[in-house]
Ligand binder design. Sequence first.
Ligand code: NAX
Length: 329
Amino acid sequence: MATTITITGAGGQIGYALLFRIAAGDMLGPDEKVRLRLLEIPQGMGAAEGAALELQDGAFDLLEDVEVTDDPAVGFAGANLALLVGARPRGPGMERADLLAANAGIFGPQGAAIAAHAAEDVRAVVVGNPANTNALIAASAADGVPAERFTALTRLDENRARAQLAIALDAPVRSIRRVPIWGNHSATQFPDISHATIDGRPVADALRERVGDVRTWLEESFIPRVAKRGAEIIDVRGSSSVASAANATIEHVRDWVRGTDDWTSAGVVSHGEYGVPEGIVSSFPVRAVDGAWQIVEGLELDEWSRVRLDASVAELVEEREAVRALGAL
Ligand code: NAX
């Protein structure tokens, strides 16, 4: 047996950073064979075919076979996992509505193709932006596939938040746990440290000793740094986040399939938890149990946190209204 994994946008940057790690067993472990389906559009086929040649040259023990296609029916055939990376980037002068419309034209048909051709246990993670709303569009087009099988990547945001805390506290990142991201994968996201621990002790107590007034530090330094990290990477590197995004994608899928021992973050469909309107794909603190994400319930959110979560959710509701107006839901 092998797991069939479809990667859309496989000829792009994140695709290139993902493929070799998946083939090496970083995502599903050293005992699980993988079959890769590289789905591209015609312009991306050359890059994807080149990556497939390099996958051959990697001579990976776990890699059963690789197929490159620009036909979604072929690309999603039998897929157990779908990594939806390919998306339409915002071009010069493009309004948000144009961006949503262009991506609805990608993620609607892909959701339908997943429903028609993927394996019954298919699970999808959307990386391509706007990730949360793209996941919502794909889920609503995938008749017969439970909406819970469509998720959006916010693990990169969580990793960025944990890394910034580790730097501020001069501590190893592994010592920092429970830093959920709430809301949208956008500049409105809310990285929440109120339940975070460092070696089991509240992060807020440790921060007070280092930064003084914690709330000011969160508002003026931590939250903007995490929420705008993507732009900072572009400024410094001259290109958007790639390897860190691929790493987070691998961690998201690994945890979803193999389970978590603590909380993490993922964009999942709301059933009304924490007052997030039903049906919205929002980031929450989650655990993975028996192959399914569960939202961690019962957490206290103070007024200051509530305002931030509500602002990000309001943006998600607006995006949903915009795609509804386009007829994409
Ligand atoms: P690239 O432009 O390098 O690659 C995208 C690839 O997708 C291209 O090869 C293109 O031909 C392909 N593609 C476009 N439409 C397609 C379709 N309908 N079917 C199949 N393939 C299609 O972008 P890359 O740097 O790889 O980024 C990919 C996406 O990830 C972007 O939307 C980007 O905004 C998003 N990101 C999301 C992150 C997250 O945390 N959720 C972080 C990183 C990244 O910004």
